[in-house]
Design a binder for this molecule. Structure first.
Ligand SMILES: [Zn+2]
Length: 129
C-alpha cells in the first residue's frame, strides 16, 4: 500500500460504479430461489443494476460528491463537467455505425444458408455491402 492516492481515471471510476451495481444487485437480492438472485439472472437483466449505477458516475451532482482534486479537495468545476459531457458524445456516430455493422454481420452469420467457413472474408465483404 503506497502513500499516494489511487487517482482513478474517469473510465476506472465508471467501472467502479458499474461493479458496485453488481455488488448491490447481489447484496439486495431477496428472492425465494437462489438461482434468481444477484447476477444469476437472465443475461438480458444481469447488467441492468450495474448500468444504472454506471450512469450515476457521470451525473453532474454525483460527480461533485466524489470527483475532487486530490490536493485541494475542491469539487470538479462546472466547466470541466461540461467538457466531459461534450467529450462523451465525441465520435458516437462512428461508434454506432461500427456497433450496428457488427450486429448486422452477426445476423447474417445466423441466417446463412450455405457453408461460409471457406470464404469468411468474402462473406463479410458481401454482408458489409
Ligand atoms: Zn457488468
Amino acid at each position: 500500500m503506497g502513500k499516494n492516492p489511487a487517482l482513478l481515471t474517469f473510465d476506472e471510476a465508471t467501472t467502479l460504479f458499474h461493479e458496485f451495481g453488481h455488488a448491490l444487485h447481489g447484496l439486495l437480492s431477496n428472492v425465494r430461489y437462489r438461482s434468481m438472485a444477484g447476477t444469476s439472472v437472465p443475461r438480458d437483466f444481469v447488467e441492468l443494476p450495474s448500468q444504472i449505477m454506471e450512469n450515476w458516475a457521470a451525473d453532474p451532482e454525483v460527480l461533485k460528491t466524489y470527483a475532487k482534486h486530490f490536493k485541494t479537495k475542491e469539487a470538479m468545476p462546472d466547466s470541466l463537467i461540461q467538457k466531459m459531457e461534450k467529450a462523451g458524445t465525441f465520435d458516437q456516430g462512428f461508434a454506432t455505425v461500427e456497433y450496428l455493422s457488427a450486429a448486422l454481420l452477426d445476423m447474417d452469420y445466423h441466417a446463412a444458408t450455405k457453408e461460409i467457413s471457406k470464404d469468411v472474408n468474402g462473406f463479410e465483404k458481401a454482408a458489409r455491402k
